[in-house]
Design a protein around this ligand. Structure first.
Ligand SMILES: [Zn+2]
Length: 259
């Protein structure tokens, strides 16, 4: 199927094959977020590092003003760590909320993809005093993988970066308290797998706490669940198989993101 679509939407000459492949994959991710309802009007970001000149760090990110359902491989912006647009752009860039992305891309080794959401379940749990309850099938798969960072206001101030890094340590997912969810990974599929686990954990918690007191899971079982989790196991795709399946789904709905 994907080969058919690549024939339908040829790679433009002004992007390297590597950059074009990254653009198609990231545009697919924006459409998958839309498919899952993980959108917030025209806000939030998913960013992906692309190869650039030596000594530089360049990223692809959504153009400001477009809904995730309108993002395509060619309208993604390329920016640097300061949020300056590299090359041609038909849309502006929204720096609000980019600070955590820039901080993590710049300082966490291997953090090539960073995702942030404002879903109702995610924000709801982020606003709870006790945060994520380790009381369901999904949250139990995040033992030792989840960090918390205190709210300091809208994330536009670079001086928050070092405190955010300190909060995150080497954890692949962070609950931004009073704010939302954030995950990162060595690529789009891995970051997606982590964020999906966290999102589902928050959704189940929301349902549970609407009915009563959650029944907690022992730390031993949490550890076991995390070790057994398919989302972290390369043998079972570590997110790639899931991401590929969802990409096929959005291809059936609207493959225009490949253009
Ligand atoms: Zn946010």
């Amino acid at each position: 199927m994907s080969q058919d679509h690549q024939r339908e939407f040829p790679s433009p000459d002004h992007f390297s094959p590597e950059e074009w492949a990254a653009r198609v994959q990231l545009a697919a991710c924006y459409r998958i977020f839309n498919h899952l309802g993980w959108t917030e009007l025209i806000y939030n970001h998913i960013s992906l590092r692309v190869p650039g000149p030596p000594g530089t760090k360049h990223f692809l990110i959504n153009p400001f003003g477009l809904h995730y359902s309108e993002v395509t491989a060619s309208n993604l912006l390329k920016i640097d760590l300061q949020g300056q647009i590299i090359g041609r752009a038909d849309w502006p860039f929204n720096p609000a909320g980019f600070t955590p992305h820039a901080t993590i891309h710049d300082s966490v080794p291997g953090a090539h993809c960073v995702m942030h959401t404002h879903t109702t379940a995610g924000m709801g749990v982020a606003c709870l005093e006790d945060g994520l309850s380790l009381s369901n099938f999904y949250s139990a798969q995040l033992h030792g993988k989840l960090a918390y960072h205190d709210f300091e206001g809208i994330t536009v101030h670079a001086d928050e970066g070092p405190r955010l890094l300190n909060s995150i340590g080497d954890k692949p997912a962070v609950i931004l308290r009073n704010h939302g969810l954030l995950a990162w990974g060595d690529g789009v599929p891995r970051a997606f797998a982590v964020l999906w686990l966290l999102q589902r954990a928050c959704e189940i918690q929301l349902a549970t706490q609407a009915m009563g007191q959650p029944r907690l899971i022992s730390e031993d079982i949490q550890r076991k669940c995390t070790a057994d989790s398919l989302q972290f196991n390369a043998k079972f795709g570590a997110g790639q198989d899931v991401f590929d399946a969802l990409t096929r789904q959005i291809d059936r709905v609207d493959p225009s993101y490949r253009s």
